[in-house]
Design a protein around this ligand. Structure first.
Ligand code: SAH
Length: 365
């Protein structure tokens, strides 16, 4: 069960090694609690002190000391203790009616790891549970502009947040530099999250980051995200496939113009075409598809800034979308959809009603 408590000014006693408990300590410090750390004494050495604001306390020397210790705080947190010590602490907390919580230990391996996390198209609700967990476990998060990053303070308050400022067509931090930072942080022992927009493996250069980690011997995993290629059309009411209407959908990058050969194949494929980063090459694409035989009245939609308050959908035909987009000043980030499915978003439109009826009667026969 997850509950939120206001811990400002409350005393929190954490049991565990300073390294294993570092993220837990950082979270409680960020919540403005007064944080104490009780670590197992090692051969008479003073306990490790991870942060100047964390106050070290010693394990009690006598059995009754445990009750005094826990009753002096508002919350006890177990990160890493032996089974015998855990039993003593649990009993002491129960008898003194002190809240007790268990938190996972952070890895203390000398080598850290990198997790590429797909952050979805920008809506918090489309972040996966695995993504939220990875953020919670992170020591450092490198994020893009297109990833949902507004609430990082809440999701991973103990972690360092680094903006690598990637916006479409403009890479504020060069890709090689991002890869170097990921690898260096992991080699320094940190648990690294690389938070990306949509899915890391859909035009996100996630593959390159995985290769960079592997080459450096850094363990790397990928958490898939909800891609804008499907979710942004959906946010505008457009399904990328629809029975009897579109049984293929092709996702392409409009970053660079397609070759004649690619245009010819694309025009002949049928189904739905979804284009990311396609605003700049829209005139080239629409003219090319028409040249290779696509119907000029094929419906086209541009969905800008999906899942934001500024989301805007512009619909036209293959031969009218380019001047319309120019007139309206359509801008990135936007997803372009070309295909009959675009009509399905037009609930109040006579043409779409006709189309839906045609599909329904086809299905009956
Ligand atoms: N990996 C990402 C895509 C990265 S390329 C994914 O799977 O979604 C960046 C492009 O994605 C943008 O230029 C735009 O075409 C599209 N995009 C991402 N988020 C978007 C959003 N919220 N609204 C509209 N387009 C978006």
């Amino acid at each position: 069960m997850d509950i939120s408590l206001d811990l400002a000014g409350r005393r929190v006693l954490v049991f565990g090694g300073a390294l294993a408990a570092r993220r837990v300590l950082a979270r409680f410090l960020a919540a403005e609690a007064i944080v104490y750390l009780a670590s197992v004494p090692v051969d008479g050495h003073p306990p490790e002190r991870p942060h100047p604001q964390v106050r070290p306390v010693e394990y009690p020397h006598f059995p009754h000391g445990w009750r005094d210790l826990v009753s002096a705080v508002d919350l006890v947190v177990l990160v890493e203790v032996s089974a015998a010590t855990e039993r003593i602490i649990v009993d002491a907390c129960a008898s003194q009616r002190v809240w007790l919580s268990r938190e996972p230990a952070a890895s203390v391996a000398p080598l850290g790891r990198v997790t590429l996390v797909g952050g979805g198209p920008g809506d918090d609700g489309l972040l996966t549970m695995a993504a939220v967990q990875a953020l919670r476990d992170a020591d450092i998060v490198f994020y893009d502009k297109l990833s949902p990053h507004d609430r990082l303070d809440e999701w991973c308050p103990g972690a360092e947040h680094v903006d690598v400022g990637k916006t479409p067509g403009h890479h504020a931090t060069p890709q090689a530099e991002i890869e170097r930072m990921l690898v260096d942080s992991a080699l320094a022992g940190l648990t690294v999250v690389r938070l990306k927009g949509g899915d890391p493996f859909v035009f996100g250069r996630g593959g390159e980051e995985v290769v960079a980690c592997r080459e450096a011997g850094v363990p790397v995993t990928v958490i898939s995200g909800v891609t804008s290629a499907i979710s942004v059309p959906a946010a505008a009411g457009i399904p990328v496939t629809h029975r009897d209407l579109s049984r293929v959908f092709t996702v392409l990058s409009g970053h660079a113009p397609l070759s004649e050969n690619e245009l010819a194949h694309l025009a002949g494929l049928g189904g739905t075409i979804v284009v990311l980063m396609g605003i700049g090459t829209l005139p080239h694409l629409t003219a090319g598809l028409a040249r290779h035989g696509m119907r000029t009245d094929m419906p086209v939609a541009i969905v800008e800034q999906g899942f934001s308050a500024r989301q805007r959908t512009t619909k036209a035909r293959l031969d009218t979308i380019t001047p319309l987009a120019a007139k309206l000043g359509a801008r990135s980030p936007a997803v372009l959809v070309i295909g009959e499915v675009v009509r399905l978003s037009e609930h109040d439109d006579a043409a779409s009603d006709e189309l839906l009826q045609a599909i329904a009667s086809n299905a009956e026969h």
